[in-house]
Write a protein that binds this ligand. Structure first.
Ligand code: NAP
Length: 389
């Protein structure tokens, strides 16, 4: 149990103590925050806690323990336990919201923006699309590393409504506007030729890539607890992404390094983060300018390594893939993995997995270790996170 004390401001002399447990991302212990706030600041604090999904445990005049003061703000969650004792022990990830909106009763989000992420020379269409979630009852909340479902308009070939498709969320829980009321996705329009040689476009990805601001979209979820960040501010995070698999990595990196996110989180990342990104062309390096900026601002904490398959060659003269970059740095990566504070996240094409295992197998063998035994241990310790298609 980690208890931290934060001050929420306020000027009146009558101070209150608010104890809340926050949304828990990762498998660490439950986080309890204690706030000292003036009466005039109580409403704002309730709103902030409510928006972040925190649960208020107790509210009492400063210096006293219970009884709790009734919670007045309508948007705030009701205090569920009137006690000043620590939050009850919960299962890992127990506070992470899942399936707030189900396919039969989806939330109707409104598109607020839809812009291209592909720069000059890049291949295909990849869009960054944001939905306004406000007005939901309950509000659709999520944490970094989760996904949402989208149900496209229209019917399939059998006249049935389309089924939902899952997309990794690309925004932090605070949203790109820091207002706690939006969610963003990073979507590539699926296109391929079928056996008859016809050009086929993905139903849902085309629907999303073409969608106009103002349109209403059926949203379900959030889902997923595989890709949650640990709560430890000193953790090390290795990220391996191909293409739109960058979505969860963008959320982690914003949570770690975007100043307004750091302020909003009360979570100050101090570990080492290393992003490996695989893309076909320089113009397909999604969110590249942001990552370069963070690398410049946080040189001791953030490292960014690219594999640009159609512009760079691996040691064998083939296309440079992310696993080739992992192989180049295998000893360094393996040394990081030996540290129990290190977590690895992989998202994107399933094809990258065998190559990454090969690189780790060689690095482990150099130290007399067996990767096939180590990997399941890392998985069991919730330090090896994979979401690949
Ligand atoms: P993209 O822009 O086409 O980039 C994919 C990159 O990976 C290219 O550089 C590609 O190289 C390379 N690549 C191809 N085969 C590879 C292999 N066997 N090992 C390593 N790298 C390889 O990517 P995209 O179209 O966005 O695709 C990303 C994939 O991730 C999609 O399949 C998507 O469904 C999946 N995805 C999964 C999740 C999830 O599981 N939550 C989330 C988002 C995306 P070349 O094309 O030059 O050969």
């Amino acid at each position: 149990m980690r208890v931290s004390v934060a001050t929420a401001g306020g000027t009146f002399s009558s101070l209150f103590t608010v104890v809340a447990s926050g949304i828990q991302a990762g498998s660490g212990p439950s986080v309890v925050q204690t706030y000292q706030v003036a009466m005039s600041g109580l409403n704002n604090l309730y709103k902030r806690l409510s928006a972040s999904g925190a649960r208020i445990i107790s509210v009492s005049p400063a210096g006293e323990e219970s009884p709790a003061v009734p919670v007045a703000a309508s948007s705030a969650p009701a205090p569920q336990a009137v006690t000043s004792s620590p939050a009850p022990k919960k299962k890992p990830h127990a506070n992470v919201p899942v399936n707030t909106y189900k396919p039969k009763t989806p939330f109707l989000g409104t598109v607020t923006e839809n812009y291209s992420l592909v720069e000059e020379g890049g291949i295909g269409r990849v869009q960054h699309i944001t939905f306004d979630l406000s007005g939901g009852d309950p509000q659709l909340q999520y944490v970094e590393g989760q996904s949402i479902g989208i149900i496209p308009e229209g019917e399939d070939a059998n006249g049935k409504p389309h089924k939902l498709r899952l997309y990794s969320i690309a925004s932090t829980r605070h949203g790109d506007n820091y207002q706690d009321n939006t969610v963003s996705l990073c979507v590539r329009q699926l296109e391929y030729k079928n056996e008859a040689g016809e050009q086929i476009y993905g139903v849902c990805s085309t629907y999303l890539c073409d969608i106009e601001p103002g349109s209403k979209v059926k949203i379900t979820g959030p889902v997923g607890k595989e890709m949650l960040l640990p709560n430890d501010e000193d953790a090390n995070i290795i990220m391996l992404a191909t293409g739109t698999g960058i979505a969860p990595m963008r959320t982690y990196i914003r949570r770690m390094f975007e100043p307004r996110e750091r302020d909003a989180n009360g979570w100050t990342f101090r570990g080492k983060a290393w992003l490996f990104m695989g893309a076909p062309k320089t113009g397909n390096l999604l969110y590249d300018a942001d990552f370069l900026h963070y690398e410049k601002e946080f040189p001791d904490n953030f490292r960014y390594t690219k594999a640009i398959s159609r512009e760079q060659q691996n040691a064998k003269g083939g296309r440079m893939y992310i696993q080739d970059r992992v192989l180049e740095h295998a000893d360094e990566i393996f040394a990081m993995i030996e540290n129990p504070k290190t977590h690895v996240y992989m998202c994107g094409l399933r094809g990258m997995e065998p190559g990454i295992d090969e690189a780790m197998t060689a690095a482990a063998a150099a130290k007399g270790l067996d990767w096939s035994e180590l990997r399941p241990q890392l998985k069991k310790a919730d330090r090896w996170h994979v979401e690949t298609y």
